[in-house]
Design a binder for this molecule. Structure first.
Ligand code: ZN
Ligand code: ZN
Length: 362
């Protein structure tokens, strides 16, 4: 990542701000601060005006900011916002947009009071997220490597999984492998759910043991160079009953139907609809209660949301997940999830782990 790419992003964002007739904005959501400045620490805000950007952070990050950031840095003891207000007044800024969605109401009120009556406040929520939804080549490369690493950790672990292991034990093994292969951390808390618990779409791993003749759902992702990957696979220990096989086939078909819809120009709801229509044909649509997918990048869930009634249009170089599922209480759940890159004419799955129904022989 060259420092000049941050300047380019800020330049594009300023263009969007001008369209909204706002001359200046402050970004406080850390993934946006990172995206616009390169700063990876845990305390900073970025003031962006037509005259340039200034990053505010505290003394713990003085050296780190000097290394990472390509704009002027102001190191502040105590709260950052009074210093932001001082600079806003000094530059005679009269309209200032904040990321209201990412600020608690009390915090917003405090900031407004600090800025005083001479500044009209606006809302810049979602604007940096809109830029972030289309990835640049460097970001695509990072997600590709993150996904590759995650897939390798999964396949290495799969060889070791046996009935008798706990969900927690399997999750620990997956996360250990990811770190050994170079991940900074998992991109979210690894989900491992055995048997009937696989019907809980967001099951936290427990101490319960994997048994023979059970479904096992694993949803995992790596974080590499700050970029997330995300995949879900479901395997069965021992021969699967016909109902389970049918459930798997239905979800796989829904996954492939949604994937086939992905190309520039289609809406998110059309992709979601393709998955839902397929599951309906199998009579499983009432067991699919979440969205078909989500964007991912610096955060595990980001724009666009690939769900029902979402009119957002898919663009080249977006990275989204495709993850339909069906969860039958008392039987179990199947979800098949890939991380998918939108190309100029279609899509490429960055998740190379096979999706065929897999039986783990014990
Ligand atoms: Zn996932
Ligand atoms: Zn996901």
């Amino acid at each position: 990542m060259t420092k000049s790419s941050f300047a380019l992003r800020r330049c594009r964002l300023l263009g969007l701000l001008e369209e909204r007739k706002s001359g200046a904005a402050v970004f406080s959501h850390l993934p946006n601060v990172r995206y616009l400045s390169g700063f990876t620490g845990s305390n900073a805000v970025l003031l962006l005006t037509g005259r340039g950007a200034t990053l505010f952070t505290d003394p713990r990050y003085e050296l780190q900011a000097a290394e990472e950031v390509d704009c002027p840095v102001k190191v502040v003891r105590g709260s950052l916002w009074p210093e932001v207000a001082k600079l806003v007044r000094r530059r005679k800024i009269t309209t200032l947009a904040l990321e209201a969605e990412h600020l608690a109401q009390a915090e917003f009120a405090r900031i407004a009071a600090g800025l005083g009556d001479s500044v009209t406040l606006g809302d810049v929520s979602g604007l940096a997220e809109r830029l972030r939804s289309v990835k640049d080549p460097h970001e695509i490369e990072a997600i590709r490597r993150s996904m590759d690493l995650c897939g390798r950790a999964y396949l290495q672990t799969l060889k070791k999984i046996k009935p008798g292991m706990t969900e927690n034990g399997i999750a620990a093994e997956l996360e250990y492998r990811m770190r050994r292969l170079g991940a900074e951390k998992p991109s979210f808390e690894t989900i491992v759910a055995a048997g009937e618990r696989s019907a809980l779409p967001h099951a936290q791993p427990t101490g319960s043991r994997l048994e023979a003749n059970q479904l096992l759902l694993i949803d995992m992702g790596a974080c590499l160079d700050g970029y997330a990957s995300d995949m879900t696979r479901v395997v069965h220990t021992g021969r699967a009953p016909r109902l389970v096989k049918r459930l798997y086939d239905a979800v796989l078909e829904a996954h492939l139907a949604a994937f086939a819809m992905v190309r520039p120009g289609v809406t998110c709801s059309a992709i979601d609809g393709a998955a839902r229509k397929t599951l309906k044909r199998f009579g499983y649509d009432q067991y699919f209660q979440h969205s078909t997918g989500h964007g991912l990048g610096l955060e595990i869930h980001e724009a666009p949301r690939v769900g029902r009634l979402i009119g957002d249009v898919i663009e080249p170089n977006m990275v989204i997940t495709i993850e339909p599922g069906a969860y039958i209480p008392g039987t179990g759940g199947v979800r098949i999830e890939d991380t998918v890159l939108v190309t100029d004419r279609g899509a490429e799955s960055l998740t190379k782990v096979p999706k065929d129904f897999l039986v783990l022989e014990s």
